[in-house]
Write a protein that binds this ligand. Structure first.
Ligand code: G6P
Length: 369
């Protein structure tokens, strides 16, 4: 039917858009990587100005804010430039401390979110340089920001954002590597190695998209859950936040994302026999720590699912289900690891008969405060 044709043969826009991720990320990255260097081509923000950046404030809402959290890990670890991440509706009313060499980065798929736009205007009133990472060309945030980096993902129709998050991450990685090269925290050799890894990311995302059968098996198991807990450490915690948001948005299952080390300070009291817990553990350095938290919840009866790298050495009885993600550089791992988690949210929602592309009470773009 016409509806299916519009969706490129997929039953829902959300699934179509997840399948578009490899191409969207390729379109976003490849024109900006040349001979082992990042070329952002931001007209108003030349390298000399970017090199002076002392602090970055990332401001956004929803999924775009979660992309910003990944960006913080990438920028701080690669470039050693301090980054703060704010929810736009908080930033605008907390009288933020902004320095003259700071950069305010607004992230928005639509470019029309009222709170993000207000945060942008606030930064401009303070005379602070603003850079927007936006998907929709010519949108308000793109027009009003001093500079724009477009994410070039094409239209995103499903209310729950998927491919837009991936390209937001892609742009944030470009900014991180660029800043690292300008601040000389990465050698030319390391920069070119990371560029090579970035160019290979679309294939890794494709590989992750193809893990759908294993995801479907997990979705079957979780479809009647009343609560789902996501735990992880470091950047994996931010993936937990995004996965939890995605699952609650489309399936209406109550979800919580917790920093794994924080569990014992509260949430563990909610774990009972059969409570589903999904652990995200893509970072080898933190893997043993997250595993020990998994053991704590398992001891209280949790039904454990683990998302980890292809090569992680997973003990036989640690998790009932293991979703393996393609091998990528640790810093870039979120781009591959989020994909099965997006697919999981999608399939659970479908199995529960939810209106996947238009969840109740939600809007694609929130243009009023
Ligand atoms: C709405 C959408 C979310 C989105 C958020 C920010 O809540 O439902 O999917 O992440 O707005 O939107 P933006 O267009 O600014 O990225």
């Amino acid at each position: 039917d016409a509806g299916t044709a519009e969706k490129g043969g997929y039953p829902h826009f959300m699934l179509k858009e997840i399948h578009e991720e490899p191409d969207a990320v390729r379109r976003c990255l490849s024109p900006r990587i040349r001979n082992g260097h990042i070329e952002l081509n931001i007209s108003g923000l030349p390298d000399e100005a970017l090199a002076k950046t002392e602090r970055i404030h990332i401001v956004a809402c929803g999924t775009a804010m979660h992309a910003g959290l990944v960006g913080r890990y990438a920028i701080e670890s690669l470039a050693r430039v301090p980054v703060e991440v704010d929810i736009a509706s908080e930033f605008r009313y907390r009288n933020p401390i902004l320095g003259k060499n700071d950069l305010v980065v607004l992230i928005s798929q639509s470019g029309e979110t009222a709170d993000t736009l207000a945060a942008l205007r606030l930064a401009k009133e303070h005379g602070i340089r603003t850079l927007a990472i936006v998907n929709v060309p010519g949108s308000s945030i793109a027009r009003e920001a001093d500079d724009v980096l477009y994410t070039w993902a094409g239209p995103e129709i499903a209310v729950a954002s998927t491919k837009a998050y991936l390209v937001q991450l892609a742009v944030l990685y470009l900014v991180a590597v660029k800043l690292a090269s300008l601040h000389e925290t990465l050698s030319a050799k390391e920069e070119s190695a990371l560029c090579k890894e970035l160019l290979e990311i679309p294939e890794k995302i494709q590989e992750a998209v193809e893990s759908e059968p294993a995801v479907l098996e997990c979705a079957q198991k979780l479809k009647d859950a009343q609560h789902v807990f996501f735990i992880g450490r470091g950047v994996d915690y931010t993936l937990c936040m995004e996965s939890s948001l995605k699952l609650k948005e489309v399936s209406y299952i109550h979800c919580e994302a917790y920093a794994a080390g924080e569990l014992k300070h509260g949430t563990i009291s909610l774990i009972e026999q059969g409570t589903p817990v999904i652990a995200v553990a893509t970072q080898p350095a933190l893997y043993p720590k997250t595993v020990s938290n998994l053991e704590e919840v398992k001891a209280r009866g949790a039904d454990v699912m683990l998302v980890c790298g292809k090569d992680a050495n997973v003990e036989a009885d640690l998790a009932a289900n293991v979703l393996r993600v393609p091998n990528v550089h640790d810093v870039l791992a979120p781009m591959a690891a989020i994909v099965p988690l997006q697919l999981l949210a999608y399939h659970i929602a479908v199995l529960r008969g939810c209106d996947v592309d238009k969840p109740r009470n939600l809007a694609k773009s929130v243009t009023v405060e």
